[in-house]
Design a protein around this ligand. Structure first.
Ligand code: OMP
Length: 287
């Protein structure tokens, strides 16, 4: 029997955002948020926080993005909670973008791909974040595993933090910026894909005008930096211009601070989704 090819992440991403509106809900259990929610800074508090947020948000947003470090700080029991978050979110119909920002030599990248993108792994998500700063080609094993299993990879291009410019806006020998060269590499992988490719770019909503044409990426554009890092919906048009249609606005602290009330958290997510929907021009898409 011939197994049909998996539905690509690009197809699943487009369908999810069209159905639920543009919002990536970050699940970042900061110590300060556990305290604000009246929870203890231990595995029990982590579990209550992360599962409450996931149960409320995963049925209404297209993508949830748990940040692995906040789970890893509790060791293997924290990682077990992360596994529960991934399973719970996927069962509720959200795509899970596991924020691990991995990058290494290619042979080790293969192991990261096996850990996060192969359905045989207990930590398998729909997509991961990856760092290309050991060279874009070093991520090839991750791109290959992602393609095999209908998964996605979000590659850091222009990060939201001010320090990123030191590396990302430096010029390469041919005059392009480092970030521009990374965007070209992503564009080459996604070329011809419809409705969009499965390799995303991470571009902070804080980066201002860059002169980059993000339409060439032909893939999801993850835009963190909204809320706690100072950017707002109106920054999206300035940064992304004609590529707004593929932008996935992401926010963590500004959303999670609305808890622990489930209703308040749900209301905050719906308000953010509507505001971002208006900003990226998809206000009437499934909202
Ligand atoms: O890849 C990311 O998600 C990411 C890239 C980037 O350039 N900037 C950035 O803030 N992030 C992540 O996005 C989240 C932002 O959180 P808030 O600032 O609380 O909204 C954190 O989990 C960051 O690790």
């Amino acid at each position: 029997m011939i197994t049909p090819p998996p539905v690509s992440f690009g197809v699943r991403f487009r369908a999810a955002v069209d159905a639920r509106g543009p919002l990536c809900a970050g699940i970042d259990p900061h110590r300060s948020l556990l305290t604000a929610w009246g929870l203890s800074d231990d595995v029990a508090g982590l579990r209550r926080f992360a599962l409450t947020a996931t149960e409320v948000l995963a049925p209404i947003v297209p993508v949830v993005k748990p940040q692995s470090a906040f789970f890893e700080r509790f060791g293997s029991r924290g990682v077990a909670v992360l596994e529960e978050v991934v399973t719970t979110a996927r069962e509720a119909g959200a795509l899970v973008l596991l924020d691990v920002k991995r990058g290494d030599i290619g042979s080790t990248v293969q192991a990261y791909a096996d850990a996060y993108l192969d359905p045989a792994s207990p930590l398998c998500a729909d997509a991961v974040t990856a760092s290309p700063y050991l060279g874009f080609g070093s991520l090839r094993p991750m791109l290959d595993v992602a393609a095999t299993f209908g998964r996605g990879v979000f590659v850091l291009a222009l990060t939201s933090n001010p320090e990123g410019a030191q590396v990302q806006r430096a010029r390469t020998a041919d005059g392009r910026t480092v970030a521009g060269a990374i965007l070209d590499e992503i564009a080459a992988v996604n070329a011809g894909a419809s409705p969009c490719g499965s390799v995303g770019a991470v571009v902070g909503a804080t980066v201002g005008e860059t002169g980059e044409d993000f339409t060439r990426v032909n893939g999801p554009l993850l835009a963190p930096g909204l809320g706690a890092q100072g950017a707002g919906p109106k920054d999206l048009r300035r940064v992304f211009g004609a590529a707004l249609h593929n932008v996935l606005p992401a926010t963590s602290r500004a959303l999670l601070a609305a808890g622990p009330s489930r209703q308040a958290l749900r209301d905050a997510a719906e308000q953010l989704r509507d505001a971002f929907g208006a900003a990226v021009g998809t206000a009437d898409a499934g909202l």
